[in-house]
Each structure stands twice: as structure tokens, then as C-alpha cells.
Design a protein around this ligand. Structure first.
Ligand SMILES: Cc1cc2nc3c(=O)[nH]c(=O)nc-3n(C[C@H](O)[C@H](O)[C@H](O)COP(=O)(O)OP(=O)(O)OC[C@H]3O[C@@H](n4cnc5c(N)ncnc54)[C@H](O)[C@@H]3O)c2cc1C
Length: 659
């Protein structure tokens, strides 16, 4: 098949300033300038990135930065809490300044107080306020040695004592020791602890959250009945004091129970406040989405760091090709390695604005009748989104490392730190493989409605096209020119067919296996080639759909370049699913494969002259990147010029004298 290049123009004129304005808004750019000026006032931020600090020193720097971040947040709080774009820039900054402190701050200023606010009541308000203001540092203690993802089976117990009106916390065995909680190792004075609520008559009411005092705020010594400590050296985020925690008949007052959804009265009766279990579940799922949505932004921040280093480096590094020196950016392999990730960084940058807005509206209206409907859809979006973006960014950073060759291996390039620090995003706030299953499970439950022609209607619009599933499944791939193929609207149509197909196939597979074995095994054996690709395609398509809508507000060169990046993102994602289109009969000739491969290469090639300008628009400021992009900078930064010949001759002399 031949492509008609005349119908497709590879020249895109865009103004970097206009692009910046579209991504961040004027308000956002002003905010960023003020934030950067403010940050430069703190010597701890401008510390020497080349120095290798001891573990204790890393923890000290991170804790100091944490308190600085609270100070900083006070100055910018109003702005970031009312504007999604500013919130995005704030999250980016947090994880550019010092990722370990970013994690500590995320737990102390967000997860800890927001759990109190959303699931606690008036009784918890004072501690919530102190948490928000950084007057106390809190932790979030869910994970245990034996149970992380499978939270329902967590073993820590909180037994109600009617006589004293207290809960008695216990760690029944070593497997039930709380572990990994950020801030627990050294600085947290309070923790939100997940425990099985045991009533006085011995009945277990399931997992509940308790606000638990851990350490004396004056001395930081833990209270009697608590064993607490630091996890030790990790592969990354070593400034964060992840810790462990065990209870031995540790008593806390009755008000410790976060009692918005359920409570225990003075006489020891259990009372549910929300009558519908379904509604309770939907609302709490939506509340838990907050952290995962932030992680999508945090992951994207790591990606923009890594891409900035790799693309700027590529811009100065030449490939020797015979007598001619040509830029690495000309290299097809290089383009294919990095440009799809550049597209991801842009697409997610726009997508995260949408998620922050939706999450904010949801949190403000958790008692709204629609909240359970939004909460459960948001849970699927944030679970699949966090997983797919964390995996994509992990691969993207690795590609950046490979394209920088030996220079990435130098610690001060910053790339190895990005990789090590980012890795934890696949684990905390829900392990990605487990989260992707949760999104798939929700999708699976929708299919019987479709089979019974029962209309589904979800507020965020990620699945409503399934109402037309039978018509969609009848469609075939019938695109004949490249221009049509790369249009995001058309890419979306392929995705919709794919999701309907994978959902139908997954449902049939699970139903068939369920007739011969337990449901758990039926689902378990349908993961790899059915449910996982279903949830991955679902979120990739939703991102494409949302960003395509956002681009309706753009125009001119900005619209052109962003559409090109969105097309590359969409087709690159689609490529991983090609086999399904043939398996399901959507495509029969080799057109789809051919168009896919050619358009990816073509779009990458078209971006080669724009790649550095594009990455500069989303690049973190140099003073936060702390990466040296070239040996030249490294040499210039040395106070004493490094005299290689002198070093060699000294060594030789020494060796000779030893001999
Ligand atoms: C830096 C860092 C900070 C953290 N901070 C906190 C914190 O502040 N508070 C806190 O409570 N926890 C924290 N955690 C812990 C984190 O939340 C857990 O590691 C996470 O929930 C996963 O639980 P797990 O480690 O028990 O692993 P598991 O859930 O046991 O998972 C281990 C492996 O088994 C697989 N697996 C598990 N279940 C299934 C399944 N059903 N189907 C298929 N595969 C499965 C997973 O895919 C994974 O590969 C932190 C972790 C890290 C690394």
C-alpha cells in the first residue's frame, strides 16, 4: 500500500509560548514563576546534587524539606485548592524538589488529614486541622507484612471494651505487623490505623479506621504498648522514613474510630450511618481514588524529567555516520524509542487536569445522590489509569536511560534516581496488577446489563458507548488513507470495538470457567489475555477520548501539534492490541498493521525537529532537575580542572614503585 504524502502535511508551526499557555494557562505560568522564585529562597533545595549523603542525612534533608513544604503550601494553598492546573504544577513541583519529601508530604498533608475529614466526624476536626497545617505529622497504616492488596484480611484487631469505652489494639502475630507506612519510621506522632473491629461479644465488623496517637510530640518517643521503627535502606526514596508498627494491648479512646460511615455507641452497639452498602462502597471507592490520581501526575512528572534529560542530551550528541555527523534525533530507532513517551507526557499532562477537576467535585459532594455512581467509575478510571501510567512511565524512564548510553550510568545524570524513586508508584496506593483487575471486574459486571439491553449511564462517560456494543461489534476496519487513520476520532472507534470485543470475550471465558470451577479461579485464569488487556484498552481509550475533547478548545499550530501527539499516543497504544483486531474479525487484510506501523514511524519522524522545543515546554526548571546533561557541564562544574594525564602518570609511578 502506498501513502499519499500530499494529503498529509508534516510541517507543524507552533509557538512554544502559546503551547505553554494552553497547557498551563497564564495563571499557571505566573504561579510557576512565583513558586520557583520562592523555592530558590530555600538553601536546602539548592543543595549539591552530586554529593552522596548518608542514609541518616537523606532522612534529615527530607524531613527538613517536608516542614518547608508545609510553609510553602500555606502561601499557595488558596490557589492550588481552587484551580486544577495549579494543583498539577504544585504536584509536579513537590516531586521535583525532593521526591522523598514529596512522599512524606503527600501522606502528612493529604492522605492523613483527608482520611480524617472524609471518614471522620466533628470529633476529629481538630487533629485534621493540625494535620493540614503541619502542626502534627501523621501516617497512614494499612499494609501488613502478609496483607497489602488483600486488605480485607488484615489481621490487626481493635476490640471494643464496654467498661472503659476504649478500643484495644493488638498485633496478633508478626505477619500482622504494619509495615511500609511513610513517616512511621521517625517522625509521625499520629497514625490512621486499619484494623478489624471486634465487638465486645466477639463479632467481627470488618475493617475500620482508627486515629491512633503513636509518639510523644515533645520527645518523639513511642508510647508504651507500641513497637515502632524504620524499614532501613531501600532502592529509592531513602529520605522517606517508611516504618513498621506493632501493638500490644494498646488502648485508644472510643473517639479514635473514624465514625462517619459506622459507629459504636456507648453500650457497644454497632451502628451503620449509610443504609445502602452499595452506596457506602461507591463513596469510599471514590475517596480512595484521590491518591491514585495524584500518582498519575507524579508519574508523569518523573517522565518529563527523564525525557528532558534524554532529549536535551540527544540534541548535543552526534551519531557518527561515515564522514558525516548527524544528530541522534535523526535516528529512526531513537525516535521510536522516545517520541511516543513524549506524546504520553503531553497527553497525560492534559488528562490529569480533567481528573483533578472531577475528583475535586466528587470530594465536595460525597453526600450527593449521584456520588456512588461517580465514585465507582472514578475508582475504575483511577485504578486502571494509575497502573497503566505507572507501567508506561517505568518503561519510558528505561528508554531514556538506554538512549543516554553510558552517561545515564553516571549517578549525577539523575536518571537512575528517577527510575528507583518512580518504582514505588507501581506498589503504593494499590499494587498495579491488583488495581487493573479491579477495573476489569467492574467492566465485567456491566456486560450482563448490555446483554439484557439494560441501559447503563455513568456520569464520567467512560463506558456509555457500551450501550451500542452490538452495533459496534458489527463494524469493520475500513480506513483507506493515512489522514483518516491518524485522526483521533477514528482511533477511538477502533478502541471502542476492541473494548466491546474484549469485554464480550472475557465475560464468556469467565462464565465458562465458572461453570467448572470456583469463581476465584475462573477470574484468575482469565487475567493475562482477557481481563488485563480489557482494562488497559479501557483506560487508554478513555484518556484518548477526554484529551480529544480538551483539544476542541485549542486552535492553530497548538491544536495541530497536540493532535499529532495525541494521534501518536493513540496509535502507539493500539499497536499493542493488534492481534485482537484480527482474532475478532475487525480487520482481515494487512491494512491495519501497515497503517499502524507506517503512521507511528511517520509521526515520530515528523516530531524530530520539534522534539526538543516540545520537551522544553514541559521541562522542570534546571535548578530542580539537578541533572547535568553533558560531560562538558560536569567538567565546568568541577572547581579544579580534572587533569587526566596527571592522574594516569601518578598511578603509573605508584604502580611502578610497588613493583
Ligand atoms: C515506598 C513505599 C511507600 C509505602 N507507603 C505506604 C504507606 O504509607 N502506608 C501503607 O499502608 N502502605 C504503604 N506501602 C505499602 C504498599 O501500599 C503495598 O506494598 C502495596 O499495597 C502492595 O501490597 P504488598 O506489598 O503486600 O504486595 P501484594 O499485595 O502481596 O503483592 C505482591 C505481588 O503479588 C501480586 N498479587 C497480589 N494479589 C494478587 C492478586 N489478587 N492477583 C494477582 N496478583 C496478585 C501483585 O501483583 C504483586 O506483584 C508503601 C510501599 C512502598 C514501596
Amino acid at each position: 500500500m502506498e501513502f499519499n504524502r500530499n494529503t498529509y502535511t508534516n510541517i507543524t508551526y507552533f509557538d512554544s509560548k502559546e503551547l505553554e499557555l494552553f497547557l498551563f494557562s497564564q495563571n499557571g505560568l505566573d504561579f510557576q514563576t512565583r513558586l520557583n522564585e520562592e523555592l530558590k529562597q530555600y538553601p536546602i533545595i539548592l543543595n549539591d546534587s552530586k554529593k552522596i549523603h548518608s542514609l541518616d542525612e537523606q532522612k534529615r534533608i527530607s524531613a527538613k524539606t517536608l516542614f518547608m513544604l508545609f510553609e510553602l503550601k500555606k502561601k499557595f494553598f488558596k490557589e492550588i485548592s481552587s484551580n486544577a492546573k495549579l494543583l498539577k504544577l504544585w504536584v509536579y513541583a513537590l516531586y521535583s524538589i525532593e521526591p522523598s519529601a514529596g512522599v512524606q508530604f503527600g501522606v502528612a498533608s493529604d492522605i492523613f488529614p483527608n482520611s480524617l475529614r472524609r471518614l471522620g466526624t466533628e470529633k476529629h476536626k481538630e487533629i485534621w486541622k493540625m494535620g493540614v497545617e503541619g502542626k502534627i505529622i501523621g501516617a497512614f497504616c494499612l499494609t501488613e507484612i502478609s496483607h497489602g492488596s488483600n486488605a480485607k484480611l488484615i489481621q490487626t484487631t481493635a476490640t471494643y471494651d464496654i467498661k472503659t469505652k476504649e478500643f484495644i489494639l493488638n498485633t496478633p502475630n508478626f505477619e500482622a505487623a504494619k509495615c511500609w507506612a511513610g513517616n512511621i519510621g521517625m517522625i509521625a506522632t499520629y497514625g490512621i490505623v486499619y484494623a478489624q473491629l471486634i465487638m465486645a461479644n466477639g463479632t467481627n465488623k470488618g475493617l475500620h479506621m482508627f486515629l491512633v496517637p503513636l509518639r510523644d510530640p515533645e520527645t518523639y518517643v513511642s508510647y508504651a504498648g507500641i513497637t515502632i521503627g524504620d524499614m532501613g535502606e531501600k532502592i529509592g526514596l531513602n529520605g522517606t522514613d517508611n516504618g513498621f508498627l506493632l501493638f500490644n494491648n494498646y488502648r485508644v479512646p472510643k473517639i479514635s474510630l473514624l465514625n462517619k460511615l459506622a459507629d459504636v455507641d456507648d453500650d457497644g452497639r454497632y451502628i451503620r450511618h449509610l443504609s445502602s452498602k452499595k452506596k457506602r462502597f461507591g463513596v469510599s471507592m471514590g475517596v480512595l481514588s484521590r491518591g491514585r490520581i495524584s500518582i498519575i501526575g507524579i508519574s508523569n512528572n518523573y517522565l518529563r524529567h527523564a525525557l528532558t534529560i534524554a532529549l536535551r542530551f540527544a540534541n548535543i550528541k552526534k551519531n557518527t555516520n561515515g564522514a558525516k555527523n548527524i544528530s541522534k534525533l535523526e535516528n529512526q530507532y531513537f525516535q521510536h524509542c522516545l517520541f511516543p513517551y513524549l506524546a504520553v507526557a503531553y497527553v497525560i499532562d492534559l488528562f490529569i487536569d480533567h481528573l483533578f477537576i472531577v475528583q475535586d467535585q466528587f470530594m465536595k459532594n460525597t453526600t450527593d445522590p449521584q456520588s456512588a455512581n461517580i465514585g465507582i467509575e472514578l475508582h475504575a478510571i483511577s485504578s486502571a489509569g494509575k497502573s497503566v501510567i505507572a507501567w508506561t512511565v517505568r518503561n519510558g524512564i528505561q528508554k531514556c536511560i538506554e538512549t543516554c548510553e553510558n552517561h545515564a550510568y553516571v549517578k549525577f545524570s539523575g536518571l537512575s534516581n528517577l527510575s528507583a524513586n518512580h518504582d514505588a508508584n507501581s506498589t503504593y496506593e494499590g499494587e498495579c496488577h491488583v488495581l487493573i483487575q479491579q477495573a476489569a471486574n467492574w467492566l465485567l459486571k456491566l456486560w450482563p446489563n448490555i446483554l439484557n439491553r439494560k441501559k447503563i449511564n455513568f456520569t464520567l462517560g467512560s463506558v456509555n458507548f457500551l450501550n451500542d456494543a452490538f452495533e459496534i461489534l458489527e463494524t469493520k476496519f475500513n480506513i483507506n488513507c493515512l489522514e483518516d487513520f491518524i485522526a483521533p476520532d477514528n482511533i477511538l472507534l477502533h478502541f471502542q470495538w476492541l473494548i466491546c470485543f474484549l469485554l464480550k470475550e472475557s465475560y464468556n471465558k469467565v462464565t465458562h470457567l465458572s461453570s467448572i470451577k470456583m469463581k476465584y479461579y475462573a477470574k484468575n485464569e482469565s487475567q493475562v489475555y482477557f481481563l488485563k488487556p480489557l482494562a488497559v484498552a479501557y483506560i487508554q481509550a478513555f484518556i484518548l477520548r477526554r484529551v480529544n475533547i480538551i483539544l476542541l478548545e485549542s486552535s492553530g499550530g497548538v491544536k495541530k501539534i497536540l493532535t499529532k501527539l495525541l494521534s501518536l499516543y493513540g496509535i502507539w497504544c493500539l499497536e499493542k492490541h493488534l492481534a485482537f483486531f484480527y482474532k475478532g474479525g475487525y480487520a482481515s487484510s494487512n491494512n491495519l498493521i501497515h497503517f499502524t506501523k507506517e503512521s507511528i514511524l511517520l509521526l515520530c519522524k515528523d516530531l524530530k525537529d520539534d522534539a526538543v522545543a516540545l520537551v522544553n515546554v514541559i521541562a522542570p526548571p534546571d535548578f530542580l532537575m539537578k541533572s547535568m546533561h553533558s560531560l562538558e557541564q560536569r567538567y565546568n562544574s568541577l572547581q579544579q580542572p580534572f587533569d587526566l594525564s596527571a592522574a594516569v602518570s601518578t598511578k603509573t609511578t605508584n604502580n611502578v614503585s610497588k613493583l
